[in-house]
Design a protein. Structure first.
Length: 254
């Protein structure tokens, strides 16, 4: 095992997590806590022990997330059999650009069905309960997974490297965007504007309200980036539009 590369991957993952979740927490949960309280999806704020639990399990997840790239990209026995490539001209710029939205669609599909499977009564307590202890999540919950769930989450890296050609730029952009959207999904505040949930395009995009409702009610709204699968499979919470509009039309009480 190459400990130097593992340490670099570990620090890279940790940097992204703390540099994205940290400022989001600082802004919404400390600096603007009182001014923006009325906009919070769930009015109450989590307790200190909840933040501690979320960070602890996120750190465990970061460690686990560092293994797939180490094993897949830095192994002379495995890397040659993957779809990883370094010369952007090997597949051209058109593919290089289109690959990113394709990765989001693949990940969203993988996440939706994996997520629904983990909600099966026989698997929930073993895989997913730790994440759902954050029934009122904060940005720190972005990676707060049980180690078994973290392993399942990390396998999207393997899926990519055995299905579509992926360049280092794809991986860097994808995992950064994925974390950004994960932090937003657990933010506890809705950043999209009023009416976004019923817009011809916006209704297909997952929101912080949508994912927060999943944490609050423990079912429905299983998607990650999109609502496509939830709408196709009838798992969208029937109160989603009502809840979104209620949150976006709240007025501050002096």
């Amino acid at each position: 095992m190459n400990w130097e590369k593992f340490t670099w991957l570990l620090l890279d993952n940790a940097d992204k997590y703390f540099l994205l979740a940290g400022p989001a927490f600082l802004i919404f949960y400390i600096l603007l806590k009182n001014k923006s309280r009325y906009k919070k999806i769930q009015h109450q704020f989590p307790k200190m022990k909840d933040y501690g639990r979320e960070i602890f399990f996120s750190v465990l997840s970061i460690i686990i997330f560092s293994f797939p790239p180490l094993l897949m990209l830095y192994s002379d026995n495995i890397r040659p059999h993957t779809t990883f490539y370094k010369n952007i001209f090997e597949h051209g710029w058109t593919y290089a650009i289109l690959a990113f939205p394709l990765m989001l669609l693949i990940h969203d599909t993988y996440f939706y069905w994996m997520h629904r499977l983990m909600h099966h009564p026989k698997l929930f307590s073993l895989f997913h309960l730790v994440h759902h202890k954050s029934n009122n999540p904060s940005p720190w919950a972005a990676y707060a997974f049980h180690p078994l769930e973290a392993i399942a989450e990390s396998l999207i890296f393997v899926v990519f490297l055995f299905t579509i050609p992926v360049h280092p730029i794809h991986l860097m952009l994808f995992f950064t965007f994925s974390l950004v959207y994960n932090v937003y999904g657990h933010l506890g505040f809705e950043l999209y504007p009023k009416g976004f949930n019923t817009h011809w395009l916006g209704k297909w995009i997952n929101t912080s309200v949508s994912h927060n409702m999943h944490h609050q009610y423990f079912k429905g709204n299983y998607g990650l980036y999109f609502t496509i699968w939830d709408r196709l499979m009838g798992t969208m919470n029937i109160r989603y539009n009502i809840t979104f509009e209620e949150i976006k039309t709240r007025k501050r009480i002096s």
